[in-house]
Design a protein around this ligand. Structure first.
Ligand SMILES: Nc1ncnc2c1ncn2[C@@H]1O[C@H](COP(=O)(O)OP(=O)(O)OP(=O)(O)O)[C@@H](O)[C@H]1O
Length: 300
């Protein structure tokens, strides 16, 4: 599998505190990869390292096959990045933003920019500072897309966007990945949106990669099992238990299955991505970290 972004033993600290450490991870080329984790997990730090805005203290990070950094200008022109703060010129009109984009980017696609704004019902005449928070988020995304980047890095693009605009945005991303082959890394706390958008997933916890997986594989391996409590120990010995609750003679277990599970005494239910991620991030639960060799298997 070709990787659009590859980190190897990546580490970054602020002062004495490590924000990321020992991170091995990859964003498959042409994928929409979701980056999830609680506040402070290291998602923004990873994005900034990828854009060359920060320098690793340990290990390396390659983007589109190149070592990234502040001087990698040719590489950076092939990337689109939307920072959490979404820097836009508030006194400009939307039309002025397009003119700026065209002047700064040789690959700028004016037709795509205008059509996307029409579709999002954002007028060219509007002043940027008068757009709502959600419209500003969509304008930032459009500015990044019209650069025709080979890779898009989006840090919390869904924040302050209403459900209808979020749906527009996720559609736009999936269409772009499918039609242009753009590789997309997207960090978000809106896990439900990621479930419908992403085909790959990276979960960070306290600066480390808790797991990385193909989305379909990830969803199919995690189940809620409901059945007789007497079997619990046997199940726990064979599969990875993420969460367990017991009432009377019944157990409810969130598991990562190590092998197909079929038992007529047990009900097997699908879980949402949010349920699974929360089970992994629940501080009450101690699960083994995914080993580097397991992550390698996923990528092959
Ligand atoms: N400029 C900085 N100086 C010192 N510490 C920082 C700085 N930026 C981030 N950190 C710390 O690094 C860790 C990772 O922060 P980061 O912003 O990468 O997390 P995040 O996953 O993006 O969080 P959020 O979901 O809240 O945006 C946190 O402990 C944070 O306090």
């Amino acid at each position: 599998m070709t990787l659009a972004l590859e980190a190897s033993q990546l580490g970054k600290r602020y002062g004495k505190r490590w924000a990321l450490r020992n991170c091995d991870l990859g964003v498959p080329e042409g994928s929409v990869t979701g980056l999830v984790g609680l506040n402070g997990a290291g998602k923004t730090t990873l994005m900034h390292l990828a854009m060359g805005l920060l320098k690793p203290d340990e290990g390396s990070i390659r983007v589109l096959g190149e070592i990234t950094g502040p001087n990698a200008t040719a590489l950076i022109s092939r990337l689109g990045f939307i920072a959490q703060e979404r820097p836009l010129y508030k006194s400009f009109s939307v039309q002025d933003m397009l003119t700026l984009g065209r002047k700064l980017n040789t690959q700028w696609d004016q037709d795509l920019a205008v059509k996307t704004l029409e579709r999002l019902r954002i007028s060219l005449k509007m002043r940027v500072g008068k757009l709502s928070g959600g419209q500003q988020a969509l304008l930032s995304l459009m500015m990044a897309l019209a650069k025709r980047p080979q890779m898009l890095l989006l840090d919390e693009p869904f924040a302050s966007i209403d459900p209808a605009a979020r749906r527009d945005l996720t559609r736009l991303l999936m269409e772009t990945a499918a039609s242009e082959g753009t590789s997309i890394l997207i960090s978000s706390h809106y896990i439900m949106d990621l479930e419908n958008t992403c085909d790959h997933l990276i979960l960070l916890a306290q600066g480390q990669v808790k797991l990385e997986d193909d989305m379909d594989h990830f969803m199919s391996e995690h189940k809620l099992l409901i059945g007789p409590r007497d079997d619990f120990e046997q199940i726990a010995a064979r599969h990875t238990v993420l969460q367990a609750g017991h009432t009377g003679r019944q157990s409810n277990i969130v598991v990562r299955l190590s092998a197909p599970f079929a038992d007529s005494r047990w009900t097997i239910q699908d879980l949402s991505l949010e349920d699974i991620v929360l089970a992994y991030l629940d501080p009450q639960n101690v699960q083994p970290e995914q080993s580097n060799s397991e992550r390698e298997e996923v990528r092959q």
